[in-house]
Design a protein around this ligand. Structure first.
Ligand code: TRP
Length: 333
């Protein structure tokens, strides 16, 4: 297949907090699959500018940016196959975001549920937080992406990116493809180990809610052992009355590739203790290669990979930048 006919896939991850099993099974494992699929040209961006829209500590943030890159590499993103870079190292993101902001009615931003949720959680409002979806649209459009792997929580943002692409094309001529969401068939929805009604999350202050990708086997076993379940000792898939057990079945199915029904039948009787041990071992086995890769990678290697990625990303972004500048009347004088 030639580069011309390949579809461009773009996705981003914020460098905030530890990366966990939920993100891996729900999204990042699919990033690797897409990278290995010849039909796609993939671009993965660590969106550090987005992460600055909520309060943060600069030294911790600096460390988290590198750590996130390291985990993304360890989980299988190969810089020979994927373009991987840090958003802040490609200034064209910010310029395109500005241009797109002039096409964004504030009424549209007022309706963004993520923005409203963040304010409800007490995150202080600021202009960057408000225009977050415009920067996200710029990320996607800067690489003329056709497909964007995103979770449910990002669908509204992606819809806005599509509207902005169409609005730009209408006003200034065809520049952007309209990006479509890519919802993976095999993504698992992993819930918190402490509160199975909520998604496993990196922002939950209780570290027991999640299994981090760099947790040691012992820590994984402890976390799974203390996962909240129920008092009826039958292993059965029933998200209504047995959300904790259903979540563990979901995780075990995603990590072993075995159907939930088979697992439920195998562990139905025999108690939760035995079942949880099996779940923990399945997670340990799934994460072992990631953990080993993490121990191999040193900071200098990661920094070098990011430098090279930024250079390539800038080269690609500059072409689009010129096209956009010409289209909107900011061409060379
Ligand atoms: N908003 C996304 C999230 O929190 C991260 C993101 C930023 C993104 N830019 C993107 C995802 C572009 C996909 C495409 O998950």
């Amino acid at each position: 297949m030639t580069g011309q006919t390949k579809q461009t896939v773009f996705s981003g991850v914020q460098p905030t907090g530890a990366m966990h099993l939920g993100g891996y099974l729900g999204a990042f494992r699919n990033w690797v699959a897409l990278q290995d699929d010849d039909a796609y040209n993939v671009v993965y961006c660590i969106v550090d500018l987005h992460a600055m829209t909520v309060p943060y500590d600069p030294a911790e943030f600096h460390r988290a940016r590198l750590e996130t890159a390291k985990v993304v590499l360890a989980l299988g993103i190969d810089p020979e196959k994927s373009l991987l870079y840090m958003q802040s190292q490609v200034p064209q993101h910010a310029e395109l975001a500005w241009i797109l902001s002039t096409l964004t009615p504030t009424g549209v931003l007022n309706r963004m549920t993520q923005y409203k949720d963040k304010l409800d959680k007490g995150i202080p409002s600021n202009l960057g937080l408000y225009s977050y979806p415009v920067l996200m649209a710029a990320d996607i459009l800067l690489f003329r992406a056709d497909l964007v792997p995103v979770g449910d929580d990002q669908k509204q943002h992606l819809e806005m990116s599509r509207d902005l692409a169409a609005r730009f094309n209408n006003r200034f001529g065809e520049v952007f493809p309209i990006p479509a969401p890519l919802i993976p068939e095999t993504s698992a929805r992993v819930m918190s180990l402490v509160d199975p009604a909520a998604k496993m999350s990196k922002s939950d202050p209780n570290p027991k809610n999640r299994v981090n990708l760099d947790d040691s086997p012992d820590v994984i076993r402890k976390k799974v052992k203390s996962a909240v379940t129920d008092s009826d000792p039958t292993v059965r898939y029933d998200t209504e009355s047995k959300p904790g057990i259903s979540n563990l079945l979901e995780i075990m199915s995603a990590t072993t590739g075995r159907p939930i029904g088979d697992l439920a039948a195998e562990y139905e009787t025999g108690g939760y203790g035995r079942f949880k041990e099996a779940v923990a071992e399945a997670i340990v086995a799934e994460l072992a290669p990631i953990r080993a890769a993490l121990q191999q990678l040193d900071d200098d290697d990661v920094a070098r990979i990011l430098q090279k990625g930024a250079l390539d990303a800038r080269t690609r972004a500059e072409r689009l930048q010129q096209q956009v500048r010409d289209a909107v009347g900011l061409g060379r004088i």
